[in-house]
Design a binder for this molecule. Structure first.
Ligand SMILES: Cc1cc2nc3c(=O)[nH]c(=O)nc-3n(C[C@H](O)[C@H](O)[C@H](O)COP(=O)(O)O)c2cc1C
Length: 409
């Protein structure tokens, strides 16, 4: 069975407004275990051994990151919970925040203990304002029970910028600046928020921590594939009969998710990982969902045969150009140049040299952009050129033909 409810096990079972219902499901047992039996180093070692990879998109090994921050000597360290979830088609963090905020808070308490942080900031997506009271209530209840002693947890609401999900822009935003990607190094574990060692983890990553601590790294490692351990949440939308949030063992196939579980048919392609995510054509529907193949934030958008590839890529680039922070030239100018070309192609005014221009631009943006937005913006372009090149070529031929007709009239 590809579906396995570890992170979702409390969703629908506990009352997210009442911590007692969480405590009755072994809630805060993992945190108690760390306080009674584990040093901070032992917690870091356990997470390292589990080989948990960050669930926010980049898949960076969580324990390794924690170790870097834990080693830093500093009077102050910060933990940031990235609840920005601005990725197109992503809504799995929202599901956790809404249905089981206590597991996240327990994960935050454990992570802060492991790295030696006294302050945590939850960066909440602007559009998730309606979740604010529930989150505040969950924190207050945990504090009342004496489960958050020595740890401040603040909630910082975003203002609606996609780039502010990117960790360095997110820190700028918390510091009251315009959210723009930072030059790296230094990396956040040594110099992050307010110049102090900082760990930034996604909601799902932090919500996985209590399960690993309670059941052990080996238990977690036995789930999934060698390089992608555990389960993963996927938010599935688009041309499917049953959109929603599903938890699958990593390494399960895309077919199991979108066809067997979500009931998609007549599939043309699937985008995995949001606006900058890779494109999988139907011929590759058996692809395993793992970090070594295709995986990002867990946003899965299905497109059926009625969808036009170029129109989709054009709309995606339009979004990315609008959301580029503009700090680096390759992303700021590159996304605009892409729109110009894709817009031409979409409106029947394509030119013979357009495909080459898109490929050249993609290479430059990937190599020289400052952050993941510009580096990955061209992935949908390159992937669709790889799998649906005929659609680009046909559009160009049609444009050339129509122009030659116009010339004759
Ligand atoms: C443009 C852009 C947007 C991002 N948006 C998010 C987001 O909304 N939530 C998130 O957790 N990570 C997001 N990330 C990834 C973060 O930069 C960072 O890698 C992540 O929060 C680290 O947490 P993790 O190691 O637990 O995955 C984004 C990255 C980029 C480049």
């Amino acid at each position: 069975m590809p579906e396995k409810r570890i992170l979702l096990k409390n969703c629908g079972r506990i009352d997210p407004k009442n911590i007692d219902t969480y405590l009755a499901q072994d809630g805060f047992k993992a945190w108690q275990k760390t306080q009674k039996e584990m040093t901070p180093d032992a917690v870091v070692a356990e997470i390292k051994a589990s080989e948990l990879r960050g669930r926010g998109g980049a898949g960076f090994p969580c324990g390794l990151k924690w170790e870097l921050a834990a080693r830093e000597e500093s009077d102050e360290k910060f933990l940031i919970c990235n609840a920005d979830e601005g990725e197109v088609g992503a809504f799995k963090d929202r599901y956790l925040l809404q249905n089981d905020p206590f597991t996240l808070i327990e994960g935050i308490a454990i992570a802060a203990y492991a790295i030696g942080a006294g302050k945590c900031c939850i960066y909440l997506r602007a559009e998730y304002h309606y979740l604010l009271d529930g989150l505040k209530n969950a924190i207050a209840q945990a504090r009342e029970k004496g489960l958050l002693d020595g740890l401040d947890i603040d909630i910082h609401e975003g203002a609606g910028a996609y780039i502010c999900g990117e960790e360095s822009a997110l820190m700028d935003s918390i510091e009251g600046k315009r959210g723009e990607a930072r030059y790296r190094p230094p990396f956040p574990p040594s110099k992050g928020l307010w110049g102090k060692p900082t760990i930034i983890n996604n909601v799902e990553t932090l919500s996985t921590i209590p399960h690993i601590v309670l059941n052990g790294a080996q238990w977690f490692h036995e789930i999934g594939t060698e390089k992608s351990t555990g389960t993963k949440l996927f938010s599935v939308s688009g041309d499917v009969a049953k959109p929603g949030v599903y938890e699958l063992v990593l390494g399960s196939s895309l077919k199991e998710l979108v066809v067997d579980i979500c009931g998609a048919d007549n599939i043309k392609m699937v985008q995995i990982g949001g606006a900058t995510g890779g494109i999988v054509p139907y011929s590759m529907i058996s692809t395993p969902l793992a970090y070594e193949t295709v995986l990002g934030s867990g946003a899965v958008t299905v497109f059926n045969e009625s969808r036009q590839v170029i129109d989709f890529v054009y709309r995606t680039m339009d979004f990315l150009a609008a959301e580029s922070c503009g700090k680096c030239t390759p992303c700021r100018e590159g996304t605009e140049a892409m729109i110009e070309i894709l817009g031409r192609l979409a409106t029947g005014d394509g030119r013979q040299e357009d495909i080459q221009a898109l490929e050249d631009l993609s290479g430059t943006m990937m190599l020289s952009s400052l952050c993941g937005l510009g580096q990955a913006a061209s992935i949908p372009v390159l992937d669709t050129l790889k799998y649906f090149r005929n659609e680009y070529e046909t559009r160009i031929q049609q444009s050339l033909f129509l122009r030659s007709l116009r010339g004759r009239i």
